[in-house]
Design a protein around this ligand. Sequence first.
Ligand code: SAH
Length: 370
Amino acid sequence: MKEVLTNPSAGYYMSKDVFGEKGDFITSPEISQMFGELIAIWLINEWTKCGKPTPFQIVELGPGRGTLMSDVLRVFSKFKMAESDFSVSLVEVSPYLSQIQEKCLCKTQNEKISELPIDSQHYKESKSLYGSPVRWYNHISDLPHTFTLFLAHEFFDALPIHKLVKVDQGWREVLIDLNREDSTLRYVLSRERTPAALYCRENEVRKDLEISPQSSVTIQVMASRIHQDGGIGLVIDYGHEGDKTDTFRGFKNHKLHDPLVEPGTADLTADVDFSALKWAATHPRSVEDWKANLTFGTVDQKDFLTRMGINMRLEKLLASCRNEKLANDLKSAHRMLTDPMEMGSKFKFLALYPAVMEKILLKYPPPGFS
Ligand code: SAH
């Protein structure tokens, strides 16, 4: 999965724009500005609750075309957040997508990568349309230490998973093998236990599961930063609470695609196991690392967006609509985002806070979550 999606020369994400009607799949921020706007309001509200610490960074993991961040920054500017109050940090592995993000978010295209100091942790730097610095990083661990608002939308579902099956002898891993007779790829079961089995939790009742060590490690870095530097995390993705078994699949031209056929030409994805993310976020690898963080959710997208006022926002946008087509587009975008049969129930929201905020959150729980 890692090779197919992010191999530097042939990875699916590395050299093309895969989003939207002409691509392979469409995501919520691409459907309507309302999505990013409500997330921005949520972030401002929670940052205010923390006492408006500055300077802070807003981080997005896997920003795609940059649409979500662009909607967030527009709302930040309306709330008169000063450009010097915060910087924008994007964790993006694809150099091609980083260019698209730069076009979307920045005044200028800054290709002078060689001007960055040799020891800099980021690989690219520019300035947003509103004046804040924008920096691109390869990895979450490369981010600077400061108060951070983390956003991850449809990021964790792109991280590699391992498939495990429980047989009489214990856990075995589903591996991918080359069928020498016809040079096709096929699934095989490992003869012995593999290291991936270490990630199974003791109380696991499923006999067939998908685990993602890279997802667990990534959320642990996020959790430890939130504890050490202060911050809040918002993770949004399609997923489940540890009850699903077989969700690995490919998408090409908006249709399901066999992951073993023409790898690199289709998106590969698996539903996010939010129970595993929550477990990892609240269980430090060493006791000194961080005190158990707090998690809220998951809640369904329809509930989060409705509680955050999407119906009111729709009315406001409809009131200033110039023609019927735009009005109908807005209404259908609203339906796509909130209808349980579309994206309303499949997509979930999870929030992460540092343990020190327990008391204030009891009094002022995060909006959208209850
Ligand atoms: N958040 C966007 C795009 C989701 S697609 C949206 O919702 O529209 C996944 C994004 O994560 C892409 O930008 C992809 O290039 C990036 N990505 C995938 N694997 C990554 C990794 N291991 N590290 C950093 N970015 C990654």
